[in-house]
Design a protein around this ligand. Structure first.
Ligand code: AOF
Ligand code: ZN
Length: 367
């Protein structure tokens, strides 16, 4: 294994960019992007588009084969080519065949990777196989950034639970809704709503309490940001919901999460979600559902939107917020705060602070 070259950085950067596009459509798999270069020119690229479909390397190799044909190049060109990949290639048969086989068959001489695959069946074995076949291997490159991009996948592998994002909107005087009087007027402005839809398309599942579904009758999709839409999970007792609710018009049907009781804890929910292939969860309320996660400290990110001019005077109080937001900014008419769980330490198991802050700042396409 060799250390990376300065020229490797922009190509791995492109791999990460390609990887992120499909968002939660790859769940429970990782996001992966690949680029193939010849004489330091990009000649092919590919990414993993959805769980069950071809891996990133395989898609890039398809484009590479077409390039070889068009330019009437042979195996010598392959030896001179470099495959850049954001995750170590797999070496096992999953839903799809091992990528190492496809790489070796292509005759490509060099592989540069961003980070190793923590999956128990991979963990360095993919790189080992390529090294044994005398390929030149360089890396890791942008390792923290690549693992952060796959924090949902990494969390399922290391902690056997989905990555958990809590989100709520509150009034200036600290209320989630008007309590007995119902939800009241919408709290967040249109820009904040668009941003929330962006959050939704990145999590495999969206959880709400049954009471919230009954009272608010929300749609709970990512329509303002585009697909994929999260799978809806509803927490409550086993009382069936009225069939004319908006979330019930969706396919597939919501996943029912039985309300935790003395013998049944959040771990039970984690199991149900992972079994359904859902590696991340956005919890949007109500208060009791949010409190289940907050009281156990079982969360990774908290996103709070505050309307600084709206006051309800009374109602359901918003949960208290942790100290030290990672990001604090104005988002249209709302104030926006993001908190990262202290288990994520910038510069250690997460990228540095500047990178993280940039990551959570809404992109210009939203405005
Ligand atoms: C790669 N390239 O693009 C991805 C990889 O069931 P499968 O065949 O899709 O395999 C899923 C596992 O393969 C997944 O848990 C992870 O370890 C790895 N994902 N590997 O070489 C890819 N998506
Ligand atoms: Zn693979």
């Amino acid at each position: 294994m060799r250390p990376p070259l300065p020229l490797d950085l922009p190509f791995i950067h492109r791999c990460l960019e390609l990887a992120e596009g499909p968002a939660a459509a790859v769940s429970p798999n990782p996001l992966v992007g690949a680029v193939i270069t010849l004489n330091n020119q990009m000649v092919a690229e590919g990414y993993h588009q959805a769980c069950g479909s071809a891996h990133a390397e395989v898609n890039a190799l398809e484009e590479w084969k077409a390039y070889l044909q068009i330019h009437q190049l042979d195996g010598e060109a392959a030896k001179a080519a470099t495959l850049y990949i954001s995750l170590e290639p797999c070496n096992h048969q999953g839903r799809t065949p091992p990528c190492t086989d496809a790489i070796l068959a292509s005759g490509i001489g060099t592989v540069v990777f961003a980070c190793t695959d923590p999956h128990p069946l991979v963990q360095g074995r993919g790189l080992q196989r390529l090294l044994e076949a005398n390929l030149e291997i360089r890396g890791p490159v942008l390792e923290k950034e690549a693992r952060w991009m796959n924090r949902r996948f990494e969390t399922t592998v290391h902690h056997q639970r989905p990555y958990i994002v809590l989100k709520w909107a509150r009034t200036a005087d600290g209320y989630l809704d008007q309590g007995e009087q119902g939800p009241g007027p919408k709290i967040s402005g249109s820009l904040a709503q668009k941003w929330v839809h962006g959050l939704r398309r990145q999590q495999a599942a969206l959880l709400v309490g049954a009471r919230t579904v009954l009272v608010d009758d929300p749609i709970l999709d990512a329509r303002l940001a585009g697909p994929p839409h999260p799978r809806i999970a509803v927490a409550g007792d086993s009382r069936p919901l009225p069939m004319d609710l908006q979330v019930l018009r969706k396919v597939p049907q919501p996943l029912w999460l039985p309300w935790p009781s003395a013998p049944y804890s959040l771990a039970g929910w984690h199991e149900i979600l992972l079994e359904a292939g859902l590696n991340s969860l956005l919890v949007e309320g109500g208060l009791k559902t949010l409190e289940l996660f907050l009281n156990e400290g079982c969360w990774d990110e908290i996103h709070v939107l505050e309307n600084p001019t709206l006051r309800f005077g009374k109602g359901t109080p918003a949960p208290p917020e942790p100290e030290n937001p990672l990001v604090q900014l104005q988002l249209g008419t709302d104030r926006y705060r993001v908190y990262l769980h202290p288990g994520w330490v910038p510069g250690q198991n997460a990228p540095d602070l500047n990178y993280l802050r940039e990551h959570f700042i809404p992109q210009t396409s939203l405005t």
